[in-house]
Unconditional design. Structure first.
Length: 275
């Protein structure tokens, strides 16, 4: 929904996302104002071109994880913005529930589809998107087994797919995906994830000294050791600090960077180390 929040500036419109629920006391409305401007990845706190590395892949699956309110939608929109900037002339298809940021970039064809309005389901939306010859497919949420399978199928058919999930750490992202399947399918899904996954980002918005800060970890799947752990379902034993590449960022190293730059207080850092 698009509304004006300031009567003195009626031409300045904002998009809002609302959720209505009921409880013993009555009806509750939760409203979140969506920023009209999509921030850069650098402004969000991502460094070392870690997302650029994933964007330059021609196919595969990139997953952004984090709980509700962790800024996943903003990170996802920033990724799409960077993709459009670096690959002008691209055709991008997004599937969302609901559509949050309105995406409009120069020299880019973007088709945003709302689940339940423009397409009946995630699965059918992804099936339809593949027929539009996209350079990038964006999936607002890996919600169930059908959407996960469809995303893996799209990545396996030569498309670059960006998607989000609610899991908040890299091993939990893989647990969430694998646990959606029974024993008969789990090994097949793990094998596909081992060679289709390009990177997994997990993030959390935390209280900062002057404003909220983004704590995150990144696993780039670009060596045989990582691929082997994913294929065998042994990601819980995979220590990101032991992965030696420029794209991988550990949770502890990001906390240390926030502390070093005096962006978070010591008690926040200690809380984050326990997650």
């Amino acid at each position: 929904m698009t509304v004006s929040l300031d009567d003195s500036r009626p031409d300045e419109k904002y998009r809002i996302r609302g959720h209505v629920s009921t409880n013993y006391s009555g009806t509750r409305l939760d409203v979140r104002v969506l920023n009209n401007q999509i921030p850069s990845l650098e402004k969000l706190g991502f460094k070392n071109n870690i997302i650029d590395h994933a964007i330059h892949k021609s196919s595969g699956l990139v997953i952004i994880g984090g709980p509700t309110g962790s800024g996943k939608s903003t990170t996802l929109a920033a990724c799409v913005k960077r993709f459009a900037e670096q690959k002008p002339g691209s055709n991008i298809v997004t599937l969302e529930d609901p559509v949050e940021y309105e995406l409009n970039f120069k020299n880019t064809i973007i088709s945003q589809k709302a689940i339940g309005i423009n397409v009946p389901s995630w699965e059918e939306g992804i099936f339809s998107a593949k027929r539009e010859i996209p350079n990038l497919i964006v999936i607002g949420e890996l919600r169930d087994r059908q959407s996960i399978l469809a995303a893996i199928d799209a990545a396996g058919s030569g498309h670059l797919v960006f998607a989000t999930t609610f899991a908040d750490r890299v091993p939990r992202v893989l647990d969430t995906i694998a646990d959606s399947f029974g024993a008969g399918q789990k090994e097949l899904v793990q094998r596909k994830l081992s060679y289709l996954t390009r990177a997994i980002f997990c993030q959390l918005l935390v209280p900062g000294v002057t404003r909220q800060q983004l704590c995150y970890e990144v696993m780039a799947n670009d060596n045989d050791r990582v691929k082997s752990h994913i294929m065998d379902g042994k990601w819980s034993a995979l220590e990101l600090r032991d992965i030696t590449n420029s794209e991988t960022v550990t949770w502890d190293s990001r906390i240390a960077a926030l502390e070093r730059e005096r962006l978070i207080e010591d008690d926040v850092a200690e809380m984050l180390k326990c997650r």
